[in-house]
Write a protein that binds this ligand. Structure first.
Ligand code: ADP
Length: 513
């Protein structure tokens, strides 16, 4: 800092302003200049008190047990590339043990327990999650690379909210479906991805348990640590043994759950590719299936939209969380008359985003979850360049270690480009233009996916027109990526079927007599 510079304390960070900062900066360049001239001091979340165990075993029948293979695989911190734990590699024999434990628990305790008693367990789990929220958020960020701001402010509160919400349903299922007799399905096999590790576990476990099912859950191989901490919470809540079993491992462990003959219900969230394999394996069996797969969401900005608000929605929709959201607004449709101000503001806003240490409270974009995912993002970006689209990336310094990718967007994208059709699952946006809302609708729907979409306009009538004709399971208007346990989530077409959350989500875990 030069002698003449001033130091301003903001509460979360120290802004270091060069003495010349008062120089007149044209409005259009303010964001860019701001980032060049002002540096935040690091504001890392303290985590020396938080313990990641060197090794995590499987959780079967209420106990932590070693995998039958005796094998463990490394869990890497994607921001440092350092191994911080070993995870048990579950086999088909372990899955079989877990399914048997779940079946016993279903028949002896959980399946027979009155809803009001099940609800008490769920409330207890929710309260324990709330108590341990800070630690779990830090572990989530260390293990998966997402920013502490996301894991602390979004993931963990939603995890607890999911258990609270479903605790409330456990003794009210008869009222949810009047005149019907809701019955649990039995043993649920649940396979989840790495983008929202604990939240996906909560989305799967909470409704299944509220409805009286028992579970065998498999977390993703790159993000298993918080699931095992959840297992500790379940044990602490005295959940009867075998009601939830957690088997870690790779795709073959997941396949062993899918193909186990004593599974009554399968719930999968992950890639469309694996979803299709699962759908084929389950076809012709009695297993009930729900799939939540990929997406290529359209975010539509009409010319009468509040542009600044829309820009924040776009940033929230694709850049925060590293674009690791299946419902990310990764195709931006901008009405032609406002292209210039939208692109200018987008460039400016991207230039202020901070990429780096996920545990720093100032970080906007954390680490990409794995080297493999980083490779996929790079490959897609290369294909965009080769196909003729124009890439914008702000000048931003990426950490020398770890898996990071600068926030980026493409202009000059056509509907046939791969970057307009395929999921990138990274902080990369494809910008396209349209003339009329009808054209936007047609092109937004021109994708094999149908998970989510966003609409930005000043006119309520236009929101209704677009929202009713967009073929997507979830449509946000004047906002993006907002979740609530009471609101059902799920897709159309190759984005899957079935809903999670809300009363509709209960139907995935019940048969109605
Ligand atoms: P992503 O591309 O987001 O990693 P995947 O669909 O590959 O998504 O993985 C999502 C989850 O599915 C992970 O828990 C993974 O281990 C599991 N999985 C991968 N392959 C299979 C399979 N053939 N059968 C069942 N589960 C699988």
């Amino acid at each position: 800092m030069s002698k003449k510079s001033k130091k301003l304390t903001t509460g979360v960070a120290t802004l270091v302003a060069p003495a010349s900062h008062a120089a007149i900066v044209p409005v259009r360049d303010r964001h860019l200049r701001f980032n060049e001239r002002w540096n935040y001091s690091p504001a890392p979340e303290v985590h020396t008190d938080i313990k990641i165990q060197p090794r995590y075993d499987l959780f079967i029948g209420g106990k932590f047990v070693k995998p039958s293979s005796g094998k463990y695989f490394p869990s890497i911190n994607p921001a440092t590339e350092k191994q911080h734990a070993e995870i048990a590699q579950g086999t088909a024999a372990d899955v079989d043990k877990a399914v048997k434990a779940a079946r016993r628990a279903y028949e002896k305790t959980w399946g027979k327990m009155p809803g009001r008693e099940r609800g008490k367990y769920l409330f207890r789990i929710a309260r324990l999650l709330q108590e341990k929220m800070r630690d779990l958020a830090v572990i989530e960020s260390l293990d998966g690379g997402k920013t502490i701001r996301e894991s602390r402010n979004i993931d963990l509160p939603l995890v607890a909210a999911h258990f609270f919400y479903h605790a409330g349903w456990a003794d009210k299922l008869d009222y949810a479906f009047p005149g019907r007799k809701p019955q649990p399905l039995g043993v649920a096999g649940q396979i989840i991805p790495w983008n929202f590790p604990l939240l996906m576990a909560a989305w799967k476990l909470a409704p299944a348990l509220a409805c009286g099912n028992t579970c065998v859950l498999k977390p993703a191989e790159t993000t298993s640590v918080t699931a095992m901490h959840l297992a500790e919470i379940l044990a602490e809540a005295d959940l009867p043994e075998g009601v939830v079993n957690i088997v870690t491992g790779f795709g073959d462990t997941g396949a062993a759950i899918v193909n186990h003959p004593d599974i009554d219900k399968l719930a999968f969230t992950g890639s469309t590719e694996v979803g299709k394999i699962i759908a084929k394996s389950v076809a012709g069996t009695r297993k009930k299936l729900t799939l939540e797969l990929g997406g290529k969401a359209a975010n539509i900005i009409c010319e009468d939209a509040p542009i600044d608000q829309a820009i924040e929605g776009i940033i929230q929709g694709i850049y925060f969380n590293q674009g690791h959201v299946c419902c990310a607004g990764s195709r931006l449709f901008v009405q032609e008359s406002i292209v210039e101000p939208v692109i200018r503001r987008l460039r400016n806003r991207l230039s202020t985003l901070r990429v780096g240490d996920p545990l720093d409270k100032n970080t906007d974009i954390g680490a990409i979850n794995s080297r493999e995912q980083l490779g996929k993002i790079r490959e897609m970006v290369e294909s965009g360049k080769k196909e003729g689209a124009e890439l914008f990336q702000p000048a931003c310094k990426l950490p020398s270690k770890g898996f990071f990718f600068a926030p980026s967007f493409f202009t000059g994208v056509t509907d046939s480009h791969r970057i307009a059709q395929e999921e990138i699952f990274g902080p990369v946006l494809s910008v396209m233009t349209f003339r009329t809302p009808e054209e936007a609708l047609e092109r937004a729907n021109n994708t094999p996916y149908g998970l989510s979409a966003g609409v930005w306009t000043d006119k309520g009538s236009k929101v209704f027109k677009l929202a009713t004709q967009l073929r997507a399971g979830v449509i946000w208007a004047e906002t993006y990526n907002k979740f609530d346990p009471a609101s059902p989530f799920g897709g159309y077409k190759e984005s899957g079927f079935g809903r999670e959350g809300g009363k509709q989500g209960l139907l995935s875990y019940l048969k109605l007599g």
